[in-house]
Design a protein around this ligand. Structure first.
Ligand code: NAP
Length: 646
């Protein structure tokens, strides 16, 4: 079975006693900002965070926070000396925990004046999590409340997290999972080369940190192992009904409960009743087959990337791949070595963001720090958060006065476009190929991918061909394009993505008054904060409509926020002795109107390019147009005035 079992890291207690060479290696391999922040924290020394060595706003996009040359050497010298003093002084933390003022000072080294922003500070402090798990429920169900039950649909990253929080709060729950294991998207997507493309030290639960990830962007097996280990460690599997699909969820106005019709592994149906439902089914879990004629006429093997058929050998075969999104981008370089030839059908090229360490193991010295220096892992994750959270968002906002908007949406976006285009062009010798692979739409209108040179090198292999002519149809032995060219194939692989905007399908959800959720949405799914829908009491979504992010952060952060909100909604219910809570329609509508308007002010809303960020009506139904901090604040305590209670 794939999936190693990384265990969540225990706090570091052993004194640092390494030799000079080890410490010097560590400093050489580390990002100096989180290292100096850690040293300032654990030693309490002044002078480790001089203003001229701070990360600048532009430094967010550069290695070492923009430090190079003498300034980088100065920062490393400071770190080396402080690290040796720390070891020589016993190698254990003796400084008192930083108070609020000191914390601001240390944070300022990475975030500059934003450390003085009273709105941002709680988000940063929570993310740093020096006290352990700041979002854990501060309450526990008691008496009658312990008979309140929750049905969670899905045992992926979000469902497991919801279960863990309910466990902490003493609220009984059952998870219903269609697969035979936990892991969701990381279980289903077993295609070659699958890995996370958000830096791993940030793409992990804030309350169950694995500090020593083997790679900066770990592989699918490692991630699946992490989620499996999490489920095992917390006994969550005991409450999962595996291989069981939720067919429908129906609310009863009479008693305020939900009835879930489920089909189990043997095909038998039964009903699960619950007081609340949490849908944690993800956005990217139903494969999307393209509307191309003749798919089933092909006589050879064919499959979708999310349902990879590992029984089909590609050795020596002519393989056609349709799609160049995040999935195809990862598996094409892997299969190119095995197949005799690969023809890649590209409709829209992806933008690539230079990321030299995309496939690399974590450097030895950095790994040493993560494993041995107290609190370094916290500050390293904090650093990742600061750099990836809001790093690019300012560069993808639309300037209404910027014209034309076909290839960029603002001066900053144009700067980014030129930078990315230059990095791509530098890798392609043939100008004809460059014209095909360098996008001609604004950066961030579609998902941007991580570039360590592998993709464009693959497209330049002699046995890999890039086809950009639109496909007319699939026939028995291959693919015919609109210009009449026939591409013979032994195997066709569809890397054509997911039915992302068809939220919660195919599950039928019937709310108050017998209203069917999918009829109500009519192809345009909406929710308040992506979580609650008027008319559907005690029904909550995680990673629901308009909670996807494009250039800032990790979806785990979003799910943590949503689960926190749901947990606090339950507390609201319990505190009021109410049976149900339902979002007010006017609150929901005002929120959605604002999100729609603001999404139009982002690259992905303004650009005219195919993207799963928009639904069939052309509305951006997936994305959150604001900062992570904004979602954190909006979800860190439900406002009772937003709801009606029964
Ligand atoms: P996707 O981004 O939707 O890509 C689908 C690809 O299929 C696109 O290149 C699309 O072209 C092409 N396509 C669709 N219909 C077509 C047709 N009729 N003819 C020709 N080409 C067609 O799907 P995905 O690659 O599976 O990725 C989906 C999302 O999953 C990602 O954006 C990301 O959020 C997530 N993901 C993440 C990772 C990760 O690194 N952790 C890996 C994989 C996926 P157009 O671009 O022209 O539409």
């Amino acid at each position: 079975m794939p999936g190693e079992k990384p265990q969540v890291t225990a706090p570091i207690t052993a004194p640092v006693s390494a030799d000079d060479a080890t410490l010097e290696r560590a400093v050489a391999d580390a990002e100096v900002h989180p290292l100096l922040q850690t040293l300032a924290h654990i030693t309490g020394e002044d002078g480790l965070l001089p203003e001229h060595l701070r990360q600048t706003p532009e430094g967010v996009l550069a290695d070492q926070g923009g430090l190079d040359g003498e300034r980088l050497e100065e920062a490393r010298r400071l770190a080396r000396d402080a690290l040796k003093r720390f070891r020589d002084g016993g190698g254990v933390v003796t400084a008192p925990p930083p108070d609020r003022t000191r914390l601001r000072e240390i944070m300022r080294f990475a975030v500059g004046d934003a450390a003085d922003d009273d709105d941002l500070l709680p988000v940063l402090t929570s993310e740093l999590a020096l006290d352990g798990d700041p979002d854990a429920p501060t309450w526990r169900a008691e008496g009658e409340q312990t008979r309140f039950t929750v049905a969670i649909v899905g045992a992926g990253m979000s469902g497991l997290m919801a279960a863990y929080r309910l466990d902490q709060a003493g609220v009984p729950y059952v998870i219903i999972e269609k697969n035979d294991d936990v892991g969701g998207t990381w279980l289903e997507n077993g295609y070659p080369g699958c890995r996370v493309d958000v830096t791993n030290h940030f793409y992990s639960y804030s309350f169950a940190r694995l500090e020593d990830w083997p790679q900066y962007f770990s592989t699918r097996d490692v991630l699946l192992g992490y989620f499996r280990a999490f489920a095992d460690e917390h006994g969550l599997r005991e409450n999962v009904r595996f291989s069981t699909e939720v067919l429908s969820a129906t609310f009863s106005d009479a008693d305020g409960t939900w009835s879930l019709r489920v089909r189990g592994p043997d095909g038998a149906e039964d009903t699960v009743t619950a007081n609340a439902v949490i849908s944690a089914v993800g956005q990217l879990n139903r494969p999307r087959w393209p509307d191309i004629d003749g798919i089933s006429d092909f006589t050879g093997p064919y499959f979708h990337s999310a349902e990879w058929d590992h029984d089909v050998s590609l050795a020596g075969k002519r393989v056609v791949v349709i799609g160049t999104g995040a999935s195809a981008y990862q598996f094409i370089p892997e299969i190119a070595d095995e197949a005799a030839e690969v023809t890649v059908f590209q409709r829209t090229p992806p933008w690539l963001v230079p990321t030299a360490n995309y496939h690399d193991d974590v450097a030895e010295g950095l790994q040493w720090l993560l494993r041995h220096l107290p609190h370094f892992a916290r500050w390293y994750r904090f650093w990742q958060f600061v750099r990836s959270a809001e790093g690019l968002i300012g560069m993808v906002r639309v300037d209404p006065d910027w014209e034309p908007k076909d290839v960029s949406v603002s001066a900053e976006n144009e700067m980014l476009r030129q930078m990315l285009a230059a990095a791509m062009e530098a890798q392609v010798a043939d100008p004809e190929l460059a014209a095909k692979v360098v996008p001609r739409y604004p950066p961030a209108a579609k998902r941007m991918l991580r570039d360590n040179g592998v993709w464009l090198a693959t497209l330049q292999r002699d046995d890999v061909h890039l086809a950009t002519e639109p496909i007319q149809k699939v026939v028995d032995t291959g693919v015919i394009t609109r210009d009449g060219t026939r591409y013979e194939a032994d195997v066709i692989i569809y890397g054509t993505g997911f039915q992302a905007s068809r939220f919660l399908t195919p599950m039928k959800v019937v709310g108050s008054g017998g209203v069917d959720l999918h009829e109500h949405w009519d192809g345009d799914a909406r929710a308040y904060l992506g979580i609650t829908v008027p008319g559907f009491p005690n029904f909550f979504c995680v990673y629901g409509p308009n909670t996807n992010i494009v250039v800032n952060g990790s979806i785990i952060f979003f799910s943590e926020c949503a689960v926190h909100y749901i947990q606090e909604c339950l507390k609201l219910l319990f505190d009021r002795g109410a049976r149900t809570l339902e979002c007010r329609r006017d609150v929901h509508d005002a929120f959605n109107a604002k999100v729609d308007a603001d999404n139009l002010g982002m690259s992905w809303g303004a650009a005219d390019v195919p993207t799963w960020y928009k639904n069939d009506r052309g509305r951006v139904s997936q994305n959150w147009p604001y900062s992570l901090a904004e979602y954190w604040h909006r979800t860190h305590g439900p406002d009772p005035a937003d709801f009606t209670f029964t």
